[in-house]
Write a protein that binds this ligand. Structure first.
Ligand code: UDX
Length: 450
């Protein structure tokens, strides 16, 4: 029989998106969030983070009664046929994944679940974790089928990625359980145009592949996909450093290299490197889980250290161009780790702002969404302002650190008019260099010839 009631554990990007979408596909969905502040926001029909299209989807599902936010396993799990685990996996200081919440959620579910429940792991965990949780379930005498369902959604396009997917992967040792979860996604596919309409997001099918694998393969697929994308970015950024020295333009290089279908242009955008809640964590998690299996993933260590070098490299470039940064007023535009989200985890924009400040500059930052979230990560003397004009007013240098549309669309003439100096450092390689030069600005990219 088709599952009817679903519990989603954790209302982060993955959990809240999954819960809200399934609540529009004829399922009754509980979303369990222990943080009261967050829960209160969700109960008002909103997300506590910014994600395009998510609020109307939450609101309608709440009104229909198909989405039920709660902090209680007792209220949700006993009634559920399927439990999705989407709890956080922060990284330990040594780079390995902290699985405390993952195991706690599994154990708590085992206490309350009815017989034959399917437990779906969406949190990113090192390969082998599923087997450990299966062992835990059997130790607790819980009759639960465990499957891994790696998540590929990107922040900022979370709804689109979930509805119009390349592939859905479900791995497990019980084929019936695997098929039951694939069926849920097939149900969701039936409603995707309708939901996209509510969310006002683009539609358009992509690969739509449904892939069943073993448990361990599914766990490895997730981290491997992210590690490969991170590798592509770091590879492109290492070529950007070479282009700087060799007087070539890395954007031209990547456009042409990416035009080879075997390579592809995606994830070859160069600049300040990758941040966010996934790539940095997944890469270090993969390195340390491989080491536990006696495998040294040197290639990923290189990708990680290249990435960590990028904010400092960009500030060094600026110093080469303008000399000492002491007493320079510098506008940093963009604090979120990419456009379309308020997330500032491991954000290169925040790192660059802090390094500039440590070098004696007076730093003023602007971001259309991420002010509140960035505040705790910024050094105390960094000012945050609410408009591009307020940030660049009288600035000696402007640094673009996130590819927000309003920043990229801001006219070069207005930059020139408001700034005191003329240096525009484009750390995302996306501003129109010709416009900048025509307006009399000194455009500096990362790996772009003068
Ligand atoms: C990523 C994966 O894409 C997604 O499949 C997975 O589920 C979660 O991790 P996300 O972290 O939301 O998603 O963002 P993504 O769009 O992949 O970007 C990650 C970082 O890489 C950002 O800082 C982005 O600016 C940077 N990036 C991306 C580049 O520097 N260059 C690129 O070409 C692409």
């Amino acid at each position: 029989m088709q599952p009817q009631t679903i519990t989603v554990l954790g209302a982060g990007y993955v959990g809240l998106t999954t819960a809200a979408l399934l609540a529009h596909a004829n399922y009754k969905v509980y979303v369990v969030e222990p943080n009261q502040e967050r829960l209160d926001v969700i109960k008002t029909g909103k997300s506590f983070f910014y994600e395009q299209g998510l609020d109307p989807v939450i609101k309608l599902a709440l009104e229909a009664g198909s989405l039920i936010p709660t902090d209680s396993y007792k209220e949700s799990v006993p009634e559920s046929d399927v439990v999705f685990s989407c709890v956080g996996t922060p990284d330990n200081p040594d780079g390995s994944s902290n699985l405390t919440y993952v195991f706690a959620a599994a154990e708590e579910t085992a206490k309350h679940a009815k017989k034959g429940v399917i437990y779906v792991q969406k949190s990113t965990v090192p390969v082998g974790t599923g087997k450990q949780i299966e062992a835990l379930f059997s130790k607790l005498n819980a009759s639960i089928d465990y499957v891994s369902n790696p998540e590929f959604l990107r922040e900022g396009t979370a709804l689109y990625d979930t509805l119009f997917f390349d592939r859905v992967v479900v791995g497990g040792d019980n084929r019936k359980a695997v098929d039951a979860i694939l069926d849920i996604y097939m149900d969701l596919e039936q409603f995707r145009d309708h939901i996209a309409h509510i969310a006002r997001i683009p539609t358009g099918s992509r690969g739509d592949q449904y892939i069943a694998t073993t448990l361990n393969s599914a766990e490895l697929i997730k981290v491997t996909a992210n590690a490969f994308l991170a590798l592509k970015i770091s590879f492109a950024n290492s070529i950007a450093k070479l282009a700087d020295k060799a007087d070539a333009d890395v954007v031209e290089v990547m456009d042409a290299v990416g035009a080879d279908n075997r390579i592809g242009r995606a994830f070859l955008d160069t600049g300040r490197g990758y941040g966010g809640g996934c790539f940095p964590k997944d890469v270090s998690g993969l390195i340390s889980s491989a080491l536990e299996h006696g495998v040294d993933l040197e290639i990923m260590q290189a990708a990680q250290s290249l990435n960590q070098s990028m904010p400092g490299y960009i500030v060094d470039k600026l110093q080469d161009a303008v000399g000492s940064l002491a007493d320079k007023k510098i506008a940093v535009l963009g604090l979120s780790f990419k456009a379309g989200t308020s997330d500032v985890r491991k954000s290169p924009g925040v790192a660059i702002a802090n390094i500039l400040q440590q070098n004696g500059a007076t730093v003023v930052t602007y971001d259309p969404q991420a002010h509140e979230e960035a505040a705790p990560d910024l050094l105390p003397d960094i000012h945050q302002v609410n408009s591009i004009e307020a940030a660049i007013d009288g600035a000696d240098v402007t640094v673009i650190t996130t590819e927000w549309e309003d920043i990229l669309a801001y006219s070069a003439r207005d930059f020139a008019r408001h700034m005191q100096g003329s240096v525009l450092l484009d750390a995302v390689n996306k501003y129109d260099a010709k416009d900048a030069s025509a307006a009399g600005l000194q455009y500096i990219g990362v790996g772009r010839s003068a």
